[in-house]
Ligand binder design. Structure first.
Ligand code: DX5
Ligand code: ZN
Length: 215
């Protein structure tokens, strides 16, 4: 089963409730948190997750593009995040392990993300402890960028690791996903697709979600 996770980074934040309603047929909602340090952009944080939790039953998939994310695990867990994804480049390995341990304690699903430069093998020390691996197919920081096809072999390699070592782990792809690139990443082994501009830039977001599922 393919899960579609609309990225609200492409929504109109002055009309966020309306824009969340528009994608209610998607099971997940992807929330991009940026601190102006790990990435150059600044987006949204804990209060927005808290408001979304009151507004929707959708699974809140929170992508933390922040330095030393262990500092914020409790705050996002309290706010109602279902899954927290931390970047392997955002701290030293003990810090990443501590963030995953904090998520485990809080009963929040655990994800790790890789920038395009980071090799597939980097997931191996964490693979048996995580619920999701996120492969970035753009440089994190902004929506609306072009899909990096050179990441497809990495997606395929991580799918092989997952099959061998943790078959329940989900494999998410984020960046430049549209109906054409969606087929390529699913073929390579992805089963969760994040899309911002392909959904919110479409005249009918619900139809765009179906198109991403290949319906
Ligand atoms: C980028 C974010 C993405 C972004 C994707 O750093 O992680 O989730 O919203 O936007 P599109 O689908 O437009 O590439
Ligand atoms: Zn994201």
């Amino acid at each position: 089963m393919i899960t579609i996770a609309p990225s609200i980074l492409s929504a109109d934040f002055a009309n966020l409730g309306r824009d969340v309603q528009r994608v209610r047929e998607a099971d997940w909602l992807h929330v991009d948190v940026m601190d102006g340090m790990f990435v150059s952009n600044i987006s949204i944080g804990v209060p927005v997750v808290k408001s979304l939790r009151k507004f929707t039953d959708q699974f809140l998939d929170v992508h933390l593009m922040i330095e030393k994310p262990v500092r914020y695990v409790d705050a996002f867990a309290d706010a109602g995040a279902d899954l927290l994804t931390v970047h392997l480049e955002a701290d030293m390995p003990p810090g990443i392990q501590a963030a995953l341990a904090a998520m485990e304690r809080r009963g929040v699903r655990k994800g790790i993300a890789l920038r395009p430069i980071t090799a597939a093998e980097a997931v191996l020390p964490y693979l048996d402890k995580v619920d999701l691996i996120l492969v970035m197919t753009v440089e994190p920081g902004f929506g609306g960028q072009a899909f990096m096809a050179d990441q497809l072999p990495k997606i395929a390699a991580i799918r092989r690791y997952i099959q061998e070592r943790n078959p329940a782990c989900r494999l998410e792809v984020d960046g430049g996903v549209d109906p054409v690139t969606a087929r390529q990443v699913v073929e390579a082994g992805a089963d969760v697709l994040v899309a911002g501009s392909a959904i919110y830039g479409a005249p009918d977001p619900a139809q765009a979600i179906r198109a991403l599922r290949g319906e």
